[in-house]
Design a protein around this ligand. Structure first.
Ligand code: NAD
Length: 267
């Protein structure tokens, strides 16, 4: 056996200690650690919290290589193991006792003056004002106009991202084995002046969401957030959001169960 892995760390004192421990345990194990991706790398180990994992996924550009997380952060929803389980991890990994959890991203294609810019989020895409004013968004589903949204913005969560920001906004928890998009309003206005859905809506994977921001007012700069990254536009013609073909594989051991994880982290 000669396996090559990349180690990506949050850089905190705790993560550095865990990294040293991991490197120590790798000696003589037949697994070599490197810092850069190469075609023969089989696994990326992230030491940190969910934020570090998301950062790694974006830094490596959704590389098609499985990830595993060692949790040195707070929640660790994506992280599979705790620092004291490094030996168990190496044993299970070496013997192939694991499965891959495949998670599809959500993508946004932003069209602006004939130029298309694409963003992918493993958790979510958020569309809101770049300032703190409300936004007015004409929303269509599968090409048919549905509503004019007025409020802080909308969040479109991937199945894996349902437990993140989406959940804080009152969205539903989705078993990540389902393939769907969840569209969750952020502080929707509902008055005689404005009408929009107040709950999340769920879309099948073959439908896309169309969004045309109102750019007539003076404060119409829009911010697109994809996981922990964001980009601002002065003018947007339209945005199309759909489930992406790009996906991320996470190593999960035999004991992993999504609903147990939800229970242990949220209840
Ligand atoms: P951060 O450190 O502020 O993380 C926010 C929290 O979200 C952390 O506790 C993290 O563990 C948790 N988290 C991330 N992904 C998760 C998932 N799939 N399931 C359950 N919990 C998850 O910010 P960051 O590190 O830059 O992470 C970016 C993520 O933070 C975004 O993708 C977004 O989902 C989340 N976020 C949450 C809120 C909120 O809940 N009010 C607001 C902004 C962003």
């Amino acid at each position: 056996m000669n396996k090559k892995i990349v180690i990506y760390s949050s850089g905190t004192e705790h993560s550095r200690q865990v990294e040293s421990l991991l490197r120590e345990r790798l000696e003589g194990s037949g697994i070599t650690a490197t810092d850069a991706l190469s075609p023969d790398v089989e696994l990326i180990v992230c030491i940190g919290g969910d934020g570090t994992f998301l950062q790694a996924v974006h830094t490596f550009g959704f590389p098609g290589i499985p990830f595993i997380g060692i949790n040195t952060g707070h929640l660790g929803f994506y992280q599979e193991i705790m620092p004291d389980q490094i030996d168990l991890f190496l044993e299970n990994y070496s013997e192939g006792r694991y499965r891959l959890q495949n998670m599809h991203c959500v993508k946004a294609i932003v069209r602006c003056d004939g130029v298309e810019t694409e963003f992918a989020g493993l958790n979510e895409i958020v569309i809101r004002s770049a300032l703190s004013n409300s936004v007015h968004l004409d929303i269509s589903i599968g090409g048919a106009f549905i509503e004019r949204f007025s409020g802080d913005g909308i969040l479109i969560a991937s199945p894996a991202g349902s437990t993140a920001y989406n959940y804080s906004l009152g969205g539903s928890i989705v078993d990540p084995r389902l393939r769907l998009l969840q569209v969750t309003p952020i502080a929707p206005m509902n008055t005689i002046a404005y009408r929009s859905f107040t709950s999340s809506i769920l879309l099948p994977p073959d439908l896309s969401l169309g969004i045309v921001p109102d750019t007539t007012g003076p404060l119409h700069r829009i911010r697109i957030t994809y996981d922990s990254n964001s980009f601002e536009f002065d003018h947007i013609d339209d945005i199309e959001v759909k489930l992406s073909d790009v996906s991320v594989d996470l190593i999960r051991f035999e004991s992993y169960d999504f609903w147990n994880k939800v229970k242990s982290k949220f209840l």
